[in-house]
Design a protein around this ligand. Structure first.
Ligand SMILES: [Zn+2]
Length: 279
């Protein structure tokens, strides 16, 4: 991915291909973490930080529009982002986030563990799942957790669409959530697969949602052993961290089994918080 700036279009396309093959949350097959809660996107192997080469019908700057199209190897961190992602809980507390639900099998079990441990978390919901299981959305809200929009149907390439289509997708998801829980605050959006683009960030913000990324990804969707998931999270977390987990998208038995250890391990050092509903 080091060549992504000078070969933006090719690498971005390749990146999407890999991500589609990789599954939901994954960017790379390794556990990732960011030591600093204020880290910029350049610290992780995000797939497409360059200006979007999406096939938008509207005029858009080409990837070579940079004022310094140097061909020399990059020696400095990539900082000229056209967008900034939220990669911190906003405080010293650590936020657990659960993606891809609600799921009728796994979400109630995750909620039960969180309830038993007295932990509030954040759930990044998929619109189709919300539509199918509105009672679970009501339960998530009733038990004090924070909501996050995770697209209508987990569209990995959402960010390459036109602003109008991105907005329609995000609003459909929010509308489904509000059909289940009228007036529920939805202050976060997380792009499927972490495939952020400037357009996705821009539209999310225009709808009052912060582009929520993560700082710790234990790759739980790959179904490693529960002990592996737990140790990756505990070792990789720093103050202000945002932990990526999944309560849907496949068999989440390992994630569920890892959860008590994650909670106790993190609580040895940090306060676990839900993300605030006010930005
Ligand atoms: Zn996802």
């Amino acid at each position: 991915m080091a060549l992504r700036r000078t070969h933006g279009l090719v690498v971005v396309v390749t990146g999407f291909t890999l991500l589609l093959a990789a599954g939901c949350g994954g960017e790379t097959p390794t556990a990732t973490s960011s030591a600093s809660p204020t880290a910029l996107p350049s610290t992780s192997p995000s797939p497409s930080p360059s200006p979007s080469p999406s096939p938008s019908p509207s005029p858009s700057p080409s990837p070579s529009a940079s004022p310094t199209p140097s061909k020399s190897p990059t020696t400095q961190p990539v900082t000229e982002k056209s967008y900034v992602l939220q990669r911190t809980s906003g405080s010293s507390g650590v936020a657990l986030t659960f993606d891809d639900g609600p799921h009728p099998t796994w979400t109630p079990r995750v909620l039960a563990v969180l309830r038993a441990k007295g932990v509030k978390a954040t759930f990044c919901l998929v619109g189709t799942q919300v539509k199918a299981h509105p009672a679970l959305v009501r339960q998530i809200v009733a038990e004090g957790h924070t909501l996050c929009n995770h697209s209508w149907n987990h569209e990995f390439k959402l960010g390459t669409w036109s602003d109008a289509k991105i907005s329609s997708n995000m609003r459909a998801t929010n509308n489904a959530i509000h059909e289940a829980v009228p007036g529920a605050p939805i202050r976060y959006f997380r792009h499927p697969g972490g495939n952020w683009t400037a357009a996705a960030v821009r539209v999310a913000r225009s709808l009052g949602m912060s582009p929520l990324h993560w700082t710790v990804d234990p790759q739980d969707w790959r179904r490693p052993a529960a002990s592996t998931i737990s140790s990756r999270v505990v070792k990789g977390t720093r103050a202000g961290g945002v932990v990526l987990l999944h309560d849907a998208g496949g068999d989440r038995a390992q994630t569920l089994s890892a959860l008590p250890g994650i909670i106790s391990g993190l609580r040895a050092k940090y306060v676990l918080i839900r993300l605030p509903d006010t930005l």
